[in-house]
Design a protein around this ligand. Structure first.
Ligand SMILES: [Zn+2]
Length: 281
């Protein structure tokens, strides 16, 4: 870069205002009035605790609510979502980011991979919704990170660490499905970083994290738009205030709860994308 001559109109070119890549004016919207009403009368039907530096899975039937709850201490969770009956349809963090921005909150949806590309879940409540975007450009529940993994750890530190979220998710998915570890690993994908506070530095554009503002009792809640298998890792980074990919940080369990609403009148599961898949042939 340094050996390049600055064009005479460099400032003008930089001053061009940005446009939103994917305007969402025509994106079909979830019926948040219906969801708000439905979540007033819920019955807990299932729950699982996620131990620190481990992962756990739970099935969330379509039309049920799932809560991820902070208990005991500040803790970040790495969430994978699958169509319960087809592991090839899974959460697509990149497209979710393109549609909803770097972080998700109430009213945003979590989208699935091609070719289904449909909402898998809708965020129906977020007790950290007050956080907004801080002075560093940080916010909560990101879809910009990937998941901590032993390959990057090995590259950067030369060590083998087996309790990164990638490995935790792999073991939990293998346990749920009965697949061998190496087959289960291939289904693990980029996550929703639940409760994690992240952004990009303005000067270098680097991915940063900072201590999560989550406190015990905080939760994020979703409506399952299709039958879901949710797998959640309690990240070895704890609140991600310092480091991950090690046993250094204080870590706490997370709780996943599944609730059935009394009624969800007129609601139907999300349909797969209607593109005809002919790709111009
Ligand atoms: Zn992690």
């Amino acid at each position: 870069m340094t050996d390049q001559t600055l064009p005479i109109d460099a400032d003008d070119r930089r001053a061009v205002p940005p446009v939103i890549c994917y305007p969402t004016d025509h994106l079909p919207q979830p019926d948040m009035v219906l969801y708000n009403q439905a979540r007033q009368n819920l019955t807990k039907v299932d729950a699982v605790s996620v131990p620190p530096r481990e992962a756990a899975s739970i099935v969330v039937p379509a039309g049920h609510f799932m809560r991820i709850v902070s208990i005991e201490g500040p803790q970040v969770g790495d969430l994978n979502l699958f169509h319960q009956h087809n592991l090839n349809e899974r959460f697509y963090s990149g497209k979710t980011r393109a549609l909803h921005g770097t972080h998700v909150s109430k009213g945003d949806q979590l989208w699935s991979s091609f070719p289904a590309m449909r909402p898998m879940a809708t965020v129906t409540h977020d007790t950290l919704g007050w956080y907004g975007i801080d002075a560093f450009g940080g916010s909560v529940h990101d879809v910009i990170g990937t998941r901590c993994d032993p390959y990057t750890g090995r590259l950067l530190s030369g060590q083998n660490y087996h309790h990164c979220c990638h490995s935790n998710l792999t073991r939990a998915l293998a346990d749920h499905t009965g697949l061998p570890l190496t087959e289960a690993e291939a289904y693990v994908h980029d996550v929703l970083n639940v409760f994690m506070c992240t952004g990009f530095t303005r000067d270098t554009g680097q991915y940063f994290m900072k201590a999560s503002p989550v406190r015990p009792g905080d939760y994020i809640e979703f409506l399952a738009e299709i039958d879901l298998l949710a797998v959640l890792s309690a990240c070895p980074g704890g609140d991600c205030s310092a480091e991950h990919s090690s046993d250094t940080a204080a870590c706490y369990p997370l709780l996943i709860e599944v609730y059935a609403p009394d009624d969800l009148p007129g609601w139907t599961p999300a349909r797969i994308n209607s593109y005809d898949r002919s790709h111009g042939r």
